[in-house]
Design a protein around this ligand. Structure first.
Ligand code: ZN
Length: 91
């Protein structure tokens, strides 16, 4: 039996990638300088992130072709964020 954790959500802000049990109003204010309801209205409600491999695969099947059309790589992935951070540090 696979256990699916539906309590973790990802911030809908495109370049954010923040995850947590809930996207707090405090996060929206400090990270994006906007109210949570504004952010959700602009970018949509945060998506739940499951760790069930079957669900992940289904998501990839559905979303990967669209992502490939829009951008070369997922810019909000932890890897991309690490690369940006490294650049900012002068690597
Ligand atoms: Zn955010």
């Amino acid at each position: 039996m696979a256990v699916i954790f539906n309590t973790t959500v990802r911030c809908p802000y495109p370049t954010c990638g923040h995850t947590g049990d809930v996207i707090t109003n405090n996060h929206c204010r400090t990270a994006h300088k906007m109210e949570r309801k504004e952010l959700f209205g602009e970018f949509g409600k945060p998506q739940g992130i499951g760790y069930d491999p079957t669900a992940v695969n289904k998501n990839l099947e559905r979303h990967t072709p669209v992502q490939r059309l829009n951008n070369g790589y997922p810019s909000n992935s932890p890897y991309a964020k690490d690369r940006r951070t490294a650049r900012n540090k002068g690597w």
